[in-house]
Design a binder for this molecule. Structure first.
Ligand code: HEM
Length: 457
């Protein structure tokens, strides 16, 4: 609501140096893995609402469940990507659109990503996971977890979104995606030899690949060789509006498929990598997971794929995943943009300013999560964490823009963990158990581990 003139004042805090503001300081803290402290320090100093300047724009940092609710449910606060991401991914994607356009694109993606559809794909994901572990983990004495998990989540998502199996085209898209990711959070100057320039070029190549796949899929649908449930592209091409016209244009299909790839691949691989890292030092949690998965395996025939019903039994493993996400959320926080003057808790948020939320401010709040620095998956098993106020667990965001790939991430994580803990034991190679955010968390040296095979894949 619009504050009465003169009643609300700008929040406390300082906008820092011109242009640079506090960006370098935050990025430095992210690299040093002290960003949680950095945002908490500001809250300790200025309170739950404060102003600062990040990535070239004046910004209000908000803390606490009530503030989060204000951020996630306010239609005057559409999401705001860094300018680099906007230029690389385009400005007509689910991340940029608001109101009816956002709902249309989100509704279309949800047609494919909703549980009813995904349950049909558990078998395909199971096949990818087993192939990976068999080819890239089995028989090795050491492996580096992070790059392997990235390729695994890429292969899974490329198969389900684009129907793309192993092929030179798949390798090319994997390379392009890695380049795209390098420039998404870069300084957006299009000069030779910059990560941003390489990222722009890679996204243009990826767009051509996906446009080609879209044309082929369209022809297959017309010939009856593909169905709506074949993959995301086929699903999006099949959707029509009330008048029978295509719901999404082909450009929208291409751009939003790439956004789904970008949003879904790194995030899931980080979750799985940090689960492996944590389990190496927590034998009790690992033992409980092994028990859960061996129990499920008892009812399966030799080589029989996991089913949707099996995943429903992996409750403890999903609690371990949620607890990992609480302590190491892949998305540290993100921005919104005020499209009009707003007021929160007596403070003015002027039109055009950014609003920033950070997951750690509630994830590490002792009043919400008891002993917040302890790894305790049981808090998600019994009802205590569920009883936490709404908008306090933010690993997947909240409200109308809550992660649309959450169920997808759940399936691939559970399937991967099922085979990993049954087939292997592992130890960390690096004594220093630390990581940096760049801006996504990444463990030292990509997390090399010593591997011992328990059972044959
Ligand atoms: C562990 C894995 C994942 C994590 C931690 C994660 C996290 C998030 C978060 C925090 C948001 C909200 C951002 C905001 O409000 O500013 C989000 C949105 C989104 N995620 Fe995920 N995500 C994951 C997996 C996936 C997957 C697998 C996909 C696709 C298959 C995906 C697609 C998306 C999309 C398209 C949005 C934008 C939704 C919208 O704006 O309406 N994510 N994700």
């Amino acid at each position: 609501k619009k504050p009465r003139p003169g009643t609300a004042k700008l929040p406390p805090g300082s906008l820092g140096l011109p242009v640079i503001g506090q960006s370098l300081s935050l990025l430095r803290a992210m690299r040093a893995n002290t960003a949680e402290r950095w945002v908490q320090d500001r809250v300790d100093r200025y309170g739950a609402v404060s102003k600062l300047s990040l990535f070239g724009a004046p910004t209000v940092l908000l803390a606490g469940p009530a503030a989060n609710k204000f951020v996630f449910f306010n239609s005057a606060l559409p999401s705001q990507q860094p300018r680099s991401a906007q230029r690389i991914l385009g400005d007509k994607t689910i991340l940029e659109l608001m109101g009816a356009d956002h709902r249309r694109i989100r509704g279309a993606l949800a047609e494919f990503l909703k549980p009813d559809m995904l349950r049909l794909y558990v078998g395909k994901i199971d096949g990818e996971v087993r192939r990976h572990l068999g080819e890239r983990w089995a028989g090795r004495r050491t492996v580096t977890v992070m790059p392997l998990m990235k390729r695994l989540t890429f292969d899974i998502i490329a198969l389900l979104l684009f129907g793309l199996g192993r092929s030179p085209l798949q390798d090319a898209l994997a390379d392009d995606l890695a380049r795209v990711m390098d420039g998404i959070w870069a300084v957006p100057v299009n000069l030779p030899f910059t990560a941003f320039r390489r990222s722009l070029k890679a996204s243009a190549r990826a767009r051509r690949i996906i446009a080609g796949i879209t044309r082929e899929t369209k022809a297959k649908l017309e010939r009856g060789e593909a169905a709506r449930s074949s993959d995301l592209i086929a699903c999006l091409l099949s959707l029509t509006d009330d008048t029978g016209a295509p719901l999404l244009s082909e450009d929208e299909i291409v751009d939003n498929s790439i956004v789904s790839l970008v949003a879904g691949q790194d995030t899931s691989s980080i979750l799985m990598t940090f689960m492996v890292r944590h389990l190496a030092g927590d034998p009790d949690t690992l033992a409980a997971m092994v028990r859960e998965h061996e129990e499920i395996a008892k009812s399966k025939g030799d080589g029989e794929a996991l089913s949707w019903d099996d995943l429903a039994k992996m409750k403890f493993t999903w609690s371990v995943a949620l607890e990992t996400l609480r302590l190491v959320p892949p998305v540290f926080g993100s921005f919104r943009r005020a499209t009009q003057d707003l007021e929160f808790d007596g403070h003015l948020i002027p039109k055009g300013w950014q609003v920033f939320w950070a997951a750690s401010l509630t994830h590490r709040d002792a009043a919400i999560f008891h002993e917040p620095d302890e790894f305790k998956p049981s808090r998600f098993e019994n009802q205590s964490a569920a009883a936490a106020p709404p908008c306090s667990f933010l690993a997947f965001g909240a409200g109308p823009r809550i992660c649309i790939g959450m169920e997808f991430a759940r399936i691939e994580t559970l399937v991967t963990m099922h085979y990993l803990v049954r087939w292997f034991r592992w130890k960390l190679c690096c004594k220093e158990d630390t990581f940096a955010r760049d801006p996504m968390p990444s463990p030292l040296h990509g997390l090399p581990i010593e591997l011992e095979q328990k059972a044959l894949p």
